[in-house]
Design a protein around this ligand. Structure first.
Ligand SMILES: [Mn+2]
Length: 272
């Protein structure tokens, strides 16, 4: 499938600085070749978090409709408000599952968030639980039973209730470790009933020692092998139709070692 890399130059949704440069850094070092992508689309004059998400909504849906596989490179994870809404717009919200690979659950609303940062809210926004000012596309863009959060190990109190009430699947990092990445990924692939999958991959899905170039370094996360196993199995379903890669901070990656790891993982997309 033809691929388009889309820039999400946004870091205002989080308290850290640097992830907004990831697209330029990765594309500058050859991400287009790694992915075999036909296009890399920068975003000029990005504006605020919601402005970026609304433009991503348009860019992702248009690219899918034109037969492209959009790979959105953030930026902080607030951009998933736009990318999930865009996939739902193009494919139909009942047709899309979201596999959310992340050390956090990112399902706070304005009311439950301890910090107020929008990068902790994209899944709540996609479920239609946030205020309209923090909503993109339809009020609700995805159904809870079609969301699979994998690898979380930092979950706020209020998020547990939202996950339960909305039937969201939560596979914590400790479960990933105890059951094994291969089995977890195969289970999810078997459970998914929709024809399409949107993958939202936060690099803090991986352990902070494995991949330190990110805003929130946390222990207990996935190894590179586990990340690779999960991505391979999900991609093999043939259902993945759009992809986000977020929260890589090139300012923290002085020797480019993490960029190399990321290229290894993203190269798996080249084959689809
Ligand atoms: Mn995240």
């Amino acid at each position: 499938m033809k691929k388009a890399i889309i820039e999400a130059p946004v870091c205002m949704g989080s308290p850290t600085n640097g992830s907004q440069y990831a697209f330029r850094e990765l594309v500058g070092h050859g991400l287009k070749d790694i992915l075999g992508a036909d296009a890399a689309v920068p975003m000029d004059d990005p504006g605020d978090v919601m402005d970026v998400s609304r433009r991503l909504y348009g860019a992702v849906s248009e690219n899918i409709e034109r037969g492209y596989f959009p790979v959105t490179v953030g930026g902080d994870h607030s951009c998933a408000m736009g990318t999930i809404a865009g996939a739902a717009e193009a494919l139909g919200r009942e047709n899309v599952s979201v596999i959310y690979l992340d050390g956090h659950t990112d399902i706070n609303t304005e009311k439950t968030s301890p910090t107020g940062f929008l990068h902790g809210m994209p899944l709540a926004s996609a479920l239609g639980l946030c205020e309209s000012v923090h909503t993109v596309g339809e009020k609700q863009n995805i159904f809870g039973e079609n969301i699979y959060i994998v690898g979380a190990r930092s979950i706020d109190d209020g998020e547990y209730g939202i996950i339960r009430e909305n039937g969201v699947h939560l596979i914590t990092a400790s479960r990933l470790k105890s059951e094994g990445a291969g089995r977890i990924a195969a289970d999810i692939a078997g459970q998914i009933k929709t024809p399409y999958i949107h993958v939202s991959f936060d690099v803090d899905f991986m352990d902070g020692d494995v991949f330190p170039s990110t805003g929130y370094r946390m222990s207990g996360g996935a190894t590179l092998f586990e990340a690779e196993t999960i991505l391979k199995t999900i991609l093999k379903t043939g259902k993945v139709r759009s992809f986000d890669c977020v929260e890589y901070n090139p300012l923290l990656d002085r020797d480019g070692a993490d960029r190399g790891k990321l290229f290894c993982l993203l190269s798996l997309i080249a084959g689809i």
